[in-house]
Structure formats: C-alpha cells, structure tokens
Design a protein around this ligand. Sequence first.
Ligand SMILES: O=c1[nH]c(=O)c2[nH]c(=O)[nH]c2[nH]1
Length: 279
Amino acid sequence: MGIVLGTNRYGKAETRVFRIVRDTDRHVIRDLNVSTSLTGDFAAAHVRGDQAHVLPTDTQKNTVFAFAKLVGVGEIEDFGLALARHFVDDVGPVTGADVRIEEHAWERIADNDHGFSRRGPDVRTARVTVSPEGTTVVGGIRDLVVLKSTGSEFADFLVDDYTTLAPTHDRVLATSLTVQWTYTAGEDHDWGATYDAARRTLLDRFTGVHSLALQQSLWEMGRAVLEAVPEIASIELVAPNIHHIAVDLAPFGLANDGEVFHVTDRPYGLIEVTVERKA
Ligand SMILES: O=c1[nH]c(=O)c2[nH]c(=O)[nH]c2[nH]1
C-alpha cells in the first residue's frame, strides 16, 4: 500500500494591517486582519523539501501591506479580490487563493478628525476564494451579541427519560452570532450597502420575531436577509445559546419574577442553520 500526499495549502494567517488615509486633515482609518492561503503545485516542497514553487508566507504578508498602499483599502471584499487575483494570476505555481479578512470598526470621537474609539464587539468579515472552478465572495459578521429580555419561549419540546428542562413561555434569549452570506456571481456588488442591509435586517428580525426557539429566530432572520438583499444567494447563521438561568431566590424569602439570572458560558446550545434560495 503506497502513501501519497493529500490536499495541502499554506499561507500567512492574521496579518494585522492598519491603513491611514491622510489626503486631508480628516483622517480615515481602516483596521484589518488578513489571512491568505494558497493552493497549487506544492508537492515538491512536501516530498523533497524543494522550495522552488513556494512563495514564502513572509512574502504573502508583505503583499498585504503593499496592496494596502497600492490599491488602498476600500471594501474588504474588493481588497480580498485584488489579493486573491494577484496570487493566482501573477504567481506561477499558484492555482487557488483563499483570502479571509476581518475588519475592526472604529468611530470618530465627538466627530474628531483624528481621534477614534473602537466599535464592537462585532467584526465584519469577508472571504474571497479564487480557484479553477471560479470565484466566490462571502460576506459576514461575527461576535454580533444580541439579547431579548422577553418575547422568547421554549416549550412543547420532545421529552424523554432524561429530560429535566422546564418549558418556558417567557425567557431571556441571547446569543453571539456568526453569520456568513454567499453573494451571487459577480464582483461589482455594492458590498458596503449589502453588508449594512444584512446587519440591519438581522437585528430587526431578531427583535421583531416572537421566538418559539432560537432555531425559528435564525430561520426568520436568514429568510428576511434573502428577501431584502437579492445579491445574497444563501446565508449561514451560527448561534451559541447564551443561557440565562433564573436564580432561585426562595431560600432568601424573595420572589424572582424573571428579574435575576445566572449567565452560564458552558455548556451551551449551538444552533446552526443555512437558508438558501430554491434551485
Ligand atoms: O431555542 C432553543 N432551542 C433548543 O433546541 C433548545 N434546547 C434547550 O435546552 N434550550 C433550547 N432553546
């Protein structure tokens, strides 16, 4: 039985690039975390230690910095497309590139020209994949922490010998969302506007839907994004349930009418759903 090299890829993870646009006294800042990963003809590097086809990960990092100056940092999807295209088109042995970008948002302090405070915790994300099969662009958001203090139930679930959970018709619903949406083909979408619309729609539906379960909330949120943004082909939502457990205050002679909770960090329910357009 022979042994062969399987799939492989390599790149530079988490290049933190910070770009200041100083065209005027009112500075604009962009704060990115860029990861590149290349596929191609790299068998010799693995089986013979031959680096002739290997563009160093250090060079990939340098390319991120150079492109931040040369092409500038517009929408992160465009920055990812420029980098991925460059690696595939200009570096011989490379046939595929996967570029992931996270953008940390900053806002002006009292409309100051050069003072900023970090906004968050949510982070905008983009992933551009260029391969012989084509190009895909995925936009997204992670660490979008949301909570409803009412308007959430969980009842009438399947009960077996091990079930102890009490049904509830009024609970706290909280989660930290990671959402990724795949764009329809094309590279001239208005990435910023679609991001804003998707984020706004997710928050609006999280609040607006009377939730019978996190599963239902996620479905309604994903469905609403597809209805609102035609450029999005499918959307994946990943939601850890941040459980808020009502504390028993009876030992202290106190009632707890949904007022005092213990927030647990583990274990947590993990609900994952993809919503897509019918073929
Ligand atoms: O929204 C929920 N979905 C579940 O599947 C589940 N399971 C559970 O214990 N609590 C919850 N809440």
